[in-house]
Ligand binder design. Sequence first.
Ligand code: CA
Length: 219
Amino acid sequence: MRILYVEDEKFLAEAVIHMLKKEKISVDWAVDGEEGLSLALKPHYDVIVLDIMLPRLSGLEILKTIRNRGVKTPVIMLSALNEVEDKIKGLDYGADDYLAKPFKTTELIARLRALVRRPALADAKVLCFEDLELDLGNRSLNGVELTDKESEIIEMLMKAPGSAVTKEQILAHVWGAESEFDDNYVEVYISYLRKKLKSIKTKASIKTIRGLGYKLIYV
Ligand code: CA
């Protein structure tokens, strides 16, 4: 993990950086707002830790500028405990988290880790089952395009390998709990999916379990 830390209080910064390095987090340290901004615009960082009160340019100004320029790097704002307004502004400008000073470095590390995990989860967009690969980004199964509903149904089945998913579960998940649609819709979409599975020549298939629902099998 590599972070940018923008903080003008030298002793605080050095103590925090020392702890972060022990945790194998590499840190680029900027001591004022201008330097912070020019570094924050670079795509090198997993997280940016921004103090609000800074010489030259405030942390809020940096945040506003980078978000306006399309930088999506997660940002943790730091400020004194009583600056509630700063916290609200920071979140308005697109900060991802906020930590009141004084803070424990262990708390900062926990927040950093949580933020770095978040995009990793969102990026895990290929789901696999045996030789099947569902790309959740462009909704395709082994390269074959799926409709939104087909993709959501096969996703449910692939996430429950070896167990049956009921029609009710599919209906609730794909069409919504208050749905006025009925079981037949599920059957229709399952038949579309079966055709697509056939076309990609996989040994995976959707088995109907009487009275239970559907199960993805591989034989
Ligand atoms: Ca400061």
